[in-house]
Ligand binder design. Structure first.
Ligand code: G6P
Ligand code: MN
Length: 445
């Protein structure tokens, strides 16, 4: 079984490889091909993987290449985890937006639109190559903004592209834990778009346990989302939002905190990762230790500005292990071995959420088997959530249209229609600002 990882020199690749090393079952991945545009980054990551595999018998073989077509040929699975414009691009997304007084986060608001505009053309090119060179491969998209990028790719790959994110899984796990339920036995009633979803129920043996949580301010205040949003607001909502909804419900505070921060998240990660990749140029450096230290610091500081404005304190130790690689491996196993399972994934709606059309990619519980991921029909969202989902999906569609046509006017429309961009004039200035700093937006004539 051959797995190709696009963005193979990326920082989170060792997480994926670590998960593969733990898989001893028949039909597992035996061959990993890393593709990246940057040979230096490929070398660094290859060294970390070699140290991870040192004591593991029959570890999947790793090769690296800068030739995309060669990487894709013969692949059974393709993980796409690219970052167009690098972390410098992410830092610029934040800076330009904050200068206009709006949010520059890589997936939400203006920053997410800018990142989407430069990523979609590259993702479409990849999808077209996969369709041609590895038509039977399954593509698992990690590239943010994950819902939008998955939808762009699905226009060429249909249901063979599936987007993943670890935040709904983490949220479900945290809720199950505070309710004393086993996360494996709980059905998480979650739906929305990527980074824009809500948990409406958590059923164990057919019984919804969420009302018990919503009735108990003590329990509500005891886990990440409860601390971020506050028990009162969660009780008002009657559902538990994904942590990224903090950027919507507490937008003013989030924007101010990011403006006042010593460094934005993208700038912090840019510098932190530059140090790691620099360190790897020394052939005697302990690669895995350097990587793991960097990873731990990254995880501990995740969403720290949001937590600070909410007075939420440090992250729980249990929340630091991520889980994104576990979702990817579970998905791959379910497809490759027909091991039926349920996962929250980004797939085409089909008929799951009636307020959106069938081709809209949504984030929803899916039954997964050898035939792929099948979304489960869900109840409607509360009205305010439906409003947000429809607005943001409309924005995503404008981003896709702008990427296809190269129309600057359409790009302005995408920014202007976003609920977190408060004026058409701001949208115009954002397009000017972004096209000045991003070579990847030169196509917007
Ligand atoms: C969460 C999100 C991902 C994001 C990751 C890392 O897991 O769901 O989409 O890539 O955090 O965030 P960071 O700010 O560390 O890059
Ligand atoms: Mn995510």
């Amino acid at each position: 079984m051959k797995l190709t990882i696009l963005g193979g020199g990326g920082f989170r690749v060792p997480l994926v490889y670590g998960a593969l090393l733990g898989d001893r079952a028949e039909g597992r991945v035996t061959e990993v091909v890393l593709h990246d545009l940057d040979a230096g980054r490929l070398d660094a990551v290859t060294r970390v993987l070699a140290e991870q595999a040192a004591d593991v018998p029959d570890a999947p073989e790793v090769t690296a290449t800068t030739d995309l077509d060669e990487a894709l040929r013969g692949a059974d699975f393709v993980f796409s985890a690219i970052r167009v414009g690098g972390l410098e691009g992410r830092a610029n997304d934040e800076r330009v937006a904050l200068a206009q007084g709006v949010l520059g986060q890589e997936t939400v608001g203006a920053g997410g639109i800018a990142y989407g505009l430069r990523t979609v053309p590259v993702a479409v090119d990849i999808a077209q190559r996969v369709a041609r060179l590895a038509p039977d491969a399954w593509v698992i998209n990690f590239t943010n903004p994950a819902g939008l990028v998955t939808e762009a790719m699905s226009r060429h790959l249909g249901n063979r592209v599936i987007g993943i994110c670890d935040s709904p899984v983490g949220l479900g796990r945290r809720i199950a834990r505070v309710l004393g339920a086993n996360p494996r036995e709980a059905w998480i009633d979650y739906v929305g778009l990527n980074h824009l979803g809500w948990v409406r129920g958590l059923r164990v043996a057919g019984r919804d346990e969420l009302p018990r949580l919503l009735a108990d301010p003590g329990l509500l205040g005891s886990f990440e989302e409860g601390k971020l949003f506050g028990p009162d607001w969660l009780q008002s909502l009657g559902v538990i939002p994904n942590e990224y909804l903090h950027y919507y419900y507490f937008n003013r505070e989030a924007v101010r905190a990011y403006q006042e921060a010593h460094q934005t998240r993208g700038a912090f990660l840019r510098d932190q990762q530059a140090r790691f990749y620099d360190e790897m140029r020394d052939p005697s450096a302990a690669a895995f230790l350097a990587w793991d230290r960097t990873r731990a610091e990254r995880e501990a500081t995740y969403m720290s500005e949001n937590r600070e404005t909410a007075g939420a304190g440090e992250r729980d130790a249990d929340d630091l292990s991520g889980g994104y690689e576990k979702v990817a491996l579970a998905l791959m196993r379910a497809i490759a071995r027909d091991e039926r399972t349920t996962l929250i994934l980004n797939v085409r709606n089909q008929h799951a959420l009636s307020v959106l059309d069938n081709d809209a990619v949504i984030e929803v519980p899916c039954l997964v088997d050898a035939g792929g991921a099948h979304p489960v029909a869900v109840d409607p969202l509360p009205d305010h959530a439906t409003g947000l989902v429809c607005s943001v999906k409309a924005v995503e569609r404008e981003v896709l249209a702008a990427a296809e046509s190269g129309s600057r006017t359409t790009a302005v429309k995408a920014f202007a229609l976003h609920p977190l961009v408060d004026s058409v004039n701001v949208a115009r200035r954002l397009v000017d600002g972004y096209t000045q700093v991003h070579p990847g937006l030169a196509y917007l004539g």
